[in-house]
Design a protein around this ligand. Structure first.
Ligand code: TYD
Ligand code: MG
Length: 465
């Protein structure tokens, strides 16, 4: 007999309470708790049912030095999409559980289909099941064909939203890769709450995780998120999955950034760059060009830096606009870099370069809509702000690399050599680098003019050199 339980779940953060609260104790948002009924015994039996899929339930301890697992390089499957392979940490891990999040319409379903195409091209006996809760089989088929995906008896499509029925199909087909599009549309028949509610999202994810780990199937789960993160969905399952990828684009640009924000099988700072066109997603192997403007003559208020996204160096233009304010409290607005960091850099400039910014608005922007979180970009930000303030353009072909300390010192940054190689590749001639990094540079500096700097106040002097 089933015993039903009622609980109140915050749709914002997933906090669960036994009675209704006007304000969530977890995330302090108002009116976000919704009553959800949870099946007692039924739920347990559903979970037990999922375990039928396990091929071997025995838990046995193994020797640490023993045979290596699925995440070893030999066992990874290449998706043949270089940008995707890199973000995954070197290809698809056979029993991994992956969450692919992003705004609706960003290209998640397209990426999954192209991944299926790529995997098929290299691994001829791989069986893939694509389950969509959003589109009909005809719609998916039409799109897949347009993208050049051919099944040849190995890619199966299903339009289904009921989790138990998906499991039945999995049991029958035994695919090695299961693509679930999207998390918010699936529901378990053993819970009464609506698809997309926190309890359903958790239940669906928990059972898919069990499937991935016990049956050795790689499961990909698509999750829609909004900018405000107002749909709790993907957030509450992030801790369950091995890898969280976010697919995003800034300001209506055609290119798409694929980022790993969590990855048990690789670096979590990797970035993949794609462009969406009539034929689906295209890889952008050399993305620095996207983040540099096309203009050739230098203008005041811009500077170039060499940032690192994961293992990949990117040359990026940062822009500052300093203008007299009409407000009592001047504005500090930053897009693409942390506002607090920009305020801090402005304060360093006031103190150590005697720039008086108290009556100036300061607007800061990173070209191309990229987000920079690395302190190595500080020096370029400072140079751009100074350049706008003085209305003096920085010379063309210069790159600025360095972290700023509160005393105005320019500190060493990680992997200078990689950044210099990229600058050289893109035709830059002069790089301003922290003096303390000079001895480490070696041959990476060949062909470049390196200008050492140890204090931010040296910037104007360097330009005369
Ligand atoms: P889609 O993969 O459906 O996004 P998501 O699954 O994240 O919601 O992609 C939808 C957008 O991509 C849609 O606006 C149309 C566009 N698109 C192209 O521009 N070219 C293409 O070849 C395809 C398949 C889609
Ligand atoms: Mg979709």
């Amino acid at each position: 007999m089933s015993k039903n339980k009622t609980q109140y779940v915050c749709q914002n953060c997933g906090y669960t309470a036994t009675k209704w609260l006007g304000r969530c104790s977890g995330c302090e948002s108002w009116n976000s708790l919704v009553e959800e009924r949870v099946g007692g015994d039924d739920l347990q039996s559903a979970r037990d049912g999922a375990r039928d899929l396990a091929l071997d339930m025995a838990v046995h301890a193994v020797d640490l030095d023993g045979e290596e697992g699925a995440a070893t390089p030999q066992k990874r499957l290449t998706t043949t999409i270089t940008e995707l392979d890199r973000v995954l940490g070197g290809g698809l891990v056979p029993d991994s559980f992956v969450l692919l999040g992003g705004d609706p319409g960003i290209g998640k379903s397209t990426l999954l289909l192209q991944m299926a195409r790529g995997l098929r091209a290299r691994h001829s006996d791989l069986k893939i099941l694509y389950v969509s809760g959003e589109e009909s089989v005809d719609q998916i088929r039409g799109r897949a064909h347009r993208l050049g995906v051919r099944s040849e008896g190995h890619i199966f499509l299903a339009a289904e939203t009921q989790l138990e029925r998906v499991f039945a199909t999995v049991k029958e087909l035994r695919p090695q890769l299961l693509l679930m599009d999207s998390l918010q549309t699936f529901s378990s028949g053993f819970l009464e709450s609506a698809p997309g509610s926190v309890s359903q999202v958790r239940e669906v994810a928990t059972r898919l995780m069990a499937l991935a780990k016990s049956a050795g199937i790689s499961v990909w789960l698509v999750g829609h998120v909004t900018k405000e993160g107002s749909i709790a969905g993907p957030k509450v399952v992030e801790h369950m999955v091995d890898t969280v990828l976010y697919f995003e684009s800034e300001g209506g640009q055609a290119y798409r950034l694929l980022r790993a924000v969590k990855n048990r099988f690789g670096s979590s700072r990797e970035l993949g760059v794609f462009e969406m066109d009539g034929e689906g997603l295209r890889e952008v192997p050399n993305p620095s060009s996207l983040f540099l403007s096309e203009r050739h003559e230098p203008v005041p208020g811009t500077a170039i830096t060499a940032a690192l996204e994961g293992s990949r160096p990117l040359l990026v233009e940062v822009q500052a606009l300093v203008a007299h304010t009409v407000l009592a409290v001047p504005r500090r607005t930053s897009v693409g870099m942390d506002s607090a960091r920009i305020s801090l850099i402005a304060a360093i400039l006031e103190k150590h370069m005697r720039m008086s910014l108290a009556e100036q608005d300061l607007f800061f922007n990173v070209a191309g809509g990229l987000r920079l979180s690395e302190p190595a970009c500080d020096l370029a930000a400072a140079a751009a702000i100074w350049s706008s303030f003085e209305e003096r353009a920085l010379p063309a072909g210069w790159v600025f690399i360095g972290e700023l300390g509160l005393t105005g010192e320019v500190r060493r940054v990680s992997q200078v050599e990689v950044r210099l190689e990229e600058a050289k590749k893109l035709g830059f001639k002069t790089v301003v680098v922290p003096r303390s990094a000079m001895e480490k540079i070696g041959s990476a500096g060949k062909g470049l003019r390196l200008v050492p700097i140890s204090q931010v106040r040296e910037i104007p002097g360097l330009l005369k050199a």
